[in-house]
Design a protein around this ligand. Structure first.
Ligand SMILES: [Zn+2]
Length: 305
């Protein structure tokens, strides 16, 4: 059975990459009355209910004069969608007049938005992060100017072109050999709210996904895993990950123990406990609705996240 798509992997935009080659695209689309713009500050955008607040281009130009812009794509009616991104600390004037809308993070609200907005939000935050972090050429250190409607940078010194970075990370729901229990771990920073989650880590240089999974789970939880099964992926721009979600089986389950550094506790959970936690009942908390971790956990349980 296929896993329900992760919360941030529901994009419905037509990315229309052929249009990005036009260096006047952003300027031209800003002048079109049907164009809508998502303003982001770091990982936050304005949210009202299950929708993002999209603005007219002229308003955003006025409110966020220092923002960097990119073309997100086209909505189903053909109208253009742009992002105007500023760093997290920015507080441009005049954007908080709308009482019903609040500035909310992707992490907090991404799982509760309609598909179109969830997909736009994660792309906008990922691009904004790249704009903020990669302003200089990695080869010669000169400033690198945005091109391709926000999808590449070109060095003003040596001409080298660079593209938005994505770092692969694996995330794994580990079950026992009888498929009765799921192994979750508690990060040191989550102990206060009783939260447990799946095991995750970056793919290191030269590693395959399979090697990364076995290394991470053994490091963090002390068990050797096998029977790896890919379940789905989503971008997670904290700061620039692509989370690749797997299920795996721990053959040596009595060996489970926390590494004592990153992970301070590990525990086996049966399906009843997981269902209660998904419902927000009982002492155990699970990751938020925007995370692929929650989707993997619900997937094992046969529940919706
Ligand atoms: Zn350069």
């Amino acid at each position: 059975m296929r896993m329900q798509p992760p919360a941030l992997a529901r994009s419905v935009f037509e990315p229309s990459p052929a249009e990005r080659a036009d260096d006047t695209l952003i300027e031209r689309l800003r002048a079109e009355s049907t164009t809508r713009v998502l303003q982001v500050r770091g990982d936050r955008a304005r949210v009202r209910g299950d929708r993002l607040v999209w603005a007219a281009a002229a308003d955003v130009v006025e409110q966020a004069p220092s923002a960097e812009w990119a073309f997100l794509g086209r909505a189903s009616d053909g109208s253009a969608r742009l992002v105007a991104a500023s760093p997290a600390a920015t507080a441009d004037a005049g954007t908080d007049r709308d009482d019903e809308a609040t500035w909310s993070s992707l992490r907090t609200s991404g799982g509760d938005l309609v598909d179109e907005d969830a997909g736009a939000f994660v792309t906008a935050v990922a691009l904004g992060r790249w704009f903020a972090d990669f302003g200089f050429c990695p080869r010669c250190g000169s400033p690198a100017r945005l091109r391709s409607a926000g999808w590449s940078r070109q060095c003003t010194g040596c001409g080298r072109e660079q593209f938005p970075r994505t770092d692969p990370a694996v995330i794994v729901a580990v079950r026992d050999t009888r498929d009765e229990r799921l192994l979750l771990g508690q990060n040191a920073s989550w102990a206060a709210d009783g939260r447990f989650s799946t095991f995750a880590g970056f793919v290191e240089a030269g590693e395959s996904l399979e090697t990364a999974i076995r290394r991470e789970v053994e490091e963090e939880a002390g068990v050797v895993v096998d029977d790896l099964e890919y379940r789905g992926s989503q971008a997670w721009p904290y700061p620039r990950s692509l989370m690749l979600g797997f299920h795996a089986v721990a053959a040596d389950q009595p060996q489970a123990r926390p590494d004592g550094e990153e992970i301070v506790a590990v525990r086996w959970f049966d399906r009843d406990e997981i269902r209660s936690a998904l419902a927000g009942e009982g002492p155990v908390a699970l990751p938020g609705s925007a995370s692929i971790a929650r989707r993997l956990i619900a997937d094992w349980c046969g529940a919706t996240a």
